[in-house]
Write a protein that binds this ligand. Structure first.
Ligand SMILES: O=c1[nH]cnc2c1ncn2[C@@H]1O[C@H](CO)[C@@H](O)[C@H]1O
Length: 357
């Protein structure tokens, strides 16, 4: 696979638990005495990955193949965070916001205890500290910047107040925002638990993004923006089905976190990339990023997403630069650090302030 955009990049939408190395899953399983359906990287990869377009619900089921290996294990959680930063640095990412559900990696103070684990002594709070530590060590080792976003889960509104409290506690240790992830096709309207958490986020100045309009109708996007006060929309492809809403969000400079490979394999979009919604976003010079979402499960890299945009959608170097600058402008860093990041991009792209889009 050739590298079409071999320049510094920003990634804003990637799930930590969807970006684990298969080798790490095997190593940890062996150490913990957990039996897996595959013994080699090749075998486990074929168990985990989605090869053909499926449904969001089926795709989300894939996490159950390996989450029980990592969850509840301090060393494993720190390791996946550290290795994630290394992998992103290798892809040419200079700033990444990585998201996850602390509850999904815990085995106490979480109800129900996920992945059929026995109760243990690893709480969501400690999970966040371990991830913060892994990311920080990765930042130092690989010379890139990594921040995190904590996910509420659509089907677990009872966890959402924990999430906003964790965002508040760790806002100066790398946590920059709240997200709402999970299966939008099962419950469309956000539960009061989610709404309360997002209200608190607004009150405390915690940044907000929401998975919306990935497979759900444009009304979910509207709710994300108007009720949950999302500053960015995760995916948001279906926004295009409501032209009035789309025009309004364009005018508002709303940021869309686009994940091309993901959108094909979750069945969110037409598998024919020449018909992809991001072509419309591009033609309208919208504010959006290109992201991997879950590279483990899609067996992908950020380069594959860029190549796909280039090969099937006619994306140019110019557009890749523009969208990365929009991504930096829409990231959840404090203003000062955002300016620094933008300067880095301008320099790497050979742009002076006057040639900026
Ligand atoms: O594309 C997606 N849409 C909705 N939810 C997702 C997607 N990818 C991952 N997750 C969900 O987010 C959780 C926290 O990282 C993952 O465990 C998965 O359940």
């Amino acid at each position: 696979e050739p590298v079409v955009f071999n320049k510094p990049k920003i990634e804003l939408h990637v799930h930590l638990d969807g970006a684990i190395r298969v080798q790490t899953i095997l190593d940890v399983a062996e150490r913990r005495g957990i039996t897996l359906p595959g013994k080699t990287v090749e075998e486990m990869t074929s168990v985990i990955i989605v090869k053909e377009p499926a449904t969001l619900t089926k795709f989300l089921g894939k996490f159950a193949e390996y989450m029980h290996v990592i969850a509840g294990d301090r060393e494993a959680i720190k390791r996946i965070a550290y290795e994630f930063v290394e992998d992103k640095a290798k892809e040419g990412v200079i700033y990444v916001e990585v998201r996850y559900s602390p509850h999904f990696l815990a085995n106490t103070k979480v109800d129900p205890i996920p992945w059929q684990q026995e109760e243990g002594d690893l709480s969501p709070d400690e999970v966040v500290r371990l991830v913060n530590e892994g990311l920080r060590q990765g930042e130092r080792a690989f010379n890139i910047k990594a921040r995190s976003i904590l996910c509420c889960m659509r089907h677990m509104p009872s966890w959402s107040m924990d999430i906003i409290e964790l965002c508040k506690t760790y806002r100066h240790q790398g946590v920059v925002a709240i997200d709402l992830a999970g299966d939008e096709s099962l419950n469309c309207e956000a539960f009061p638990g989610h709404r309360m958490a997002y209200e608190e986020a607004v009150r405390c100045g915690i940044h907000r993004t929401v998975h919306a309009g990935e497979v759900g109708p444009p009304s979910v996007v509207k709710e994300a923006v108007e009720v949950l006060k999302a500053e960015r929309v995760g995916h948001g492809y279906r926004t295009l089905q409501d032209q009035a809403l789309y025009k309004q969000l364009l005018a508002q400079n709303m940021h869309f976190e686009i994940c091309p490979i993901s959108s094909k394999l979750t069945g969110a979009c037409d598998p024919d990339f020449t018909k992809h919604p991001v072509i419309t976003f591009r033609n309208d010079q919208a504010n959006y990023s290109l992201n991997t979402d879950d590279p483990l499960i899609f067996n992908s890299t950020l380069n594959l997403d860029y190549n796909t945009a280039h090969k099937y959608m006619g994306f140019t170097e110019e557009e890749f630069k523009r969208l990365n600058i929009k991504s930096a402008e829409s990231c959840f860093l404090p203003e000062e650090e955002k300016r620094e990041l933008l300067q880095k991009l301008y320099k790497a792209y050979g742009m002076t302030r006057s040639t900026v889009f």
